[in-house]
Ligand binder design. Structure first.
Ligand code: NDP
Ligand code: OXD
Length: 314
């Protein structure tokens, strides 16, 4: 059995070594040293070079190294075989850590205290409401969003979630679809985005959406936390909203263009926390175990897990 690793911009050797160690019968190749293309049955990809997958006539399954698959679906010549995305407890746990950390950073005003510390200023009192007075809204109630709301709930926040299909989750106010968006935003002080990038979500974190957020919350203004995808956000609108008070603060892990260009005004904005698309990075060995397990399932004739719905794009 042959598996091809076809990735741009990330190290591949760890995946190759890990897969070989887990399954000695697997012939692992790394693009462009692919050998005979006809024998390749599986592909493991992240931003695969366009057109490569279409050149593999025996391809049965594509595995995405990430939970998000926009980087694979953007290949105009993507072959018609199942695309399996990465779902893993370690990835989920780390995303929830990021979400809780950043909700707390803004709630407990750590940017402001950091600035006061840099001026050696002892100022005990900046208004900090209790978690139970703050309304957090999570966009995307999939694998990552559901875990994040569970963990935020333990901290005591008032929680709501928004997704494409209606959900029912104990203790979480659930909104869905276009009609649910307005009321969801109107009750949200801290907005967390864990949505995939699809034609339906592109550009939605824009001025219109920001202006729908609650303006009567206990913080100086609404907060945006985006760890979904950068193509959802309109950075010019976010900057403008930060400057005119439509937003009080933001944590951004993903950007319209990555790496975020040095000239972006987001870098220097006092109320913005920037992380370099590392809210939750897929662990190499966890990916290898996941892929080896899925291949074994497939070879036994069992259904693959976490197959992407190509009609929805996630
Ligand atoms: P899932 O596919 O499990 O969940 C996606 C959620 O988004 C679902 O609840 C879905 O609704 C909802 N959704 C999709 N489209 C729409 C829409 N048009 N309107 C409303 N809701 C919508 O994905 P995961 O939770 O596993 O991952 C989410 C995203 O997180 C990934 O696609 C990736 O972009 C990003 N990510 C970022 C990382 C980082 O380090 N920054 C790391 C890993 C992932 P429904 O439930 O109705 O289907
Ligand atoms: C992912 C990511 O989609 O790392 O897993 O962004």
């Amino acid at each position: 059995m042959t598996l091809l690793i076809a990735c741009r911009k990330i190290k591949k050797d760890g995946f190759a070594d890990g897969l070989r160690a887990l399954d000695a019968s697997l012939d692992v190749r790394i693009w462009p040293d692919a050998g005979d293309l006809a024998g390749i049955r599986y592909a493991l990809v992240w931003k695969p070079p366009e057109g490569v997958l279409a050149r593999l006539p025996g391809l049965r399954v594509i595995f995405s190294i990430g939970a998000g698959v926009d980087n694979v679906l953007s290949d105009p010549d993507l072959p018609d075989v199942p695309l399996v995305r990465f779902v893993d407890p370690n990835l989920t746990m780390r995303m929830s850590e990021y979400v809780c950390l950043h909700v707390l950073m803004h709630h407990r005003r750590m940017r402001d205290y950091g600035e006061l510390q840099s001026q050696a200023q002892w100022k005990e009192f900046l208004p900090q409401p209790g978690a139970n007075e703050l309304r957090v809204g999570v966009m995307g109630l999939g694998v990552l969003g559901l875990d994040a709301v569970e963990k935020l709930r333990m901290l005591g926040y008032q929680l709501a979630g928004w997704s494409r299909s209606q959900k029912q989750i104990d203790g979480i106010e659930c909104f869905a679809g276009d009609e649910g968006l307005k009321p969801f935003l109107a009750r949200t002080d801290i907005l967390v985005c864990l949505l995939p990038h699809t034609p339906g979500t592109e550009g939605m974190l824009n001025a219109a959406l920001i202006s729908g957020l609650a303006q009567d919350g206990p913080l100086p203004g609404p907060v945006l936390i985006n760890a979904g995808r950068g193509k959802l956000q309109v950075e010019a609108d976010i900057l403008k909203s930060l400057d005119d008070g439509g937003l009080w603060a933001a944590s951004l892990d993903v950007f319209e263009e990555e790496p975020l260009p040095p000239a972006s005004p987001l870098w220097a904005h006092r109320q913005v926390i920037i992380t370099p698309h590392n809210a939750s990075i897929s662990d190499d060995m966890a990916v290898c175990r996941y892929v080896a397990n899925q291949i074994a399932r497939h070879e036994r004739g069992e259904p693959l897990e976490n197959v992407v719905d190509l009609s929805q794009g996630y």
